[in-house]
Design a protein around this ligand. Sequence first.
Ligand code: SUO
Ligand code: CP
Length: 321
Amino acid sequence: MKNFVSVKDVKDINALVQEALAYKADPYKDINLGTRRRIGMLFLNPSMRTRLSTQVAAQQLGMEAVVFNVGSEGWALEFEEEAIMSGNTVEHVKDAAPIMGKYFDILCIRTFPSLKNRDDDYSELYINQFIKYAGIPVVSLESATLHPLQSLTDIITMTEVLSQSPKPQGKPKVVLTWAPHVKPLPQCVANSFAQWVNAWGQAEFVIAHPEDYELDTQFTQGATITHDQEEALRDADFVYVKNWSTFHDYGKIYCNDPSWMLTNEKLRVSRNAKVMHCLPVRRNVELSDEILDSTNSLVTTQAGNRVWAAQAVLANLLRSK
Ligand SMILES: NCCC[C@H](NC(=O)CCC(=O)O)C(=O)O
Ligand SMILES: NC(=O)OP(=O)(O)O
């Protein structure tokens, strides 16, 4: 593995999941792997889980992690080639990234989309410029269109649950359902989940959303897409709940129908489905208390598994150097 910015960087998803679960069983088994190696973690946007779980993962590999909240504490970075920097940006990524490449062995970056210009966001300019100029492996901590560490965690979590429960006949039914929110959010988590579940190939995969919330087909191809949430939930084994803003008329909230919020009543047509969300979640807007506080909720397990996902990815990058 050279970088970790999408599922395309992973040769064998199940092998990576098993490596993560091996770390869960024995967190310090590779404590010497990262000795005298250092990761830099750049945050252009807020985070709790990604930041803390990646730091813990690094420590368990014997690495040191340096966190830099570049979005709030650093010089404003310019990403456009040949920019005339007479505005608010102070330092070009072309100058900053090679310096980080000298300080660190692996560079991890969180950079959300602007949700203003779809072509710009979907070109993944920011993370690609870091890959181009840092000269060391780059890990996405959620970029403009994808959140691969989250999706790896989600596959780990489903694999774990499936291994502990009686096997469903055929493939498990996995449903990604849109949920209401108060502000326009990125499509990253939904895109990424769709990309990984499709590449995994071990689920009957359905995506449910209101009209006009179609995601980019480059990620959803392979899934069944419906506007009928109840039909989607029928016989579901896993329900992944997430809001996203519109993709076509980019970054908007069209419908914010509260009836799309998942409740226990709606879940009754499922096969006692486990409910997933990446967090943070707006309670009683995106997801009801009764679901989040029920035994069907996997959200804390998912967040816990972030450590093992990050540890498996960092270990792979260390071994590839
Ligand atoms: N890292 C996980 C999710 C991050 C982001 N959520 C948010 O920005 C929530 C903000 C709020 O609820 O105000 C998203 O959906 O992509
Ligand atoms: N799920 C997730 O990425 O959480 P944070 O935004 O808190 O890192």
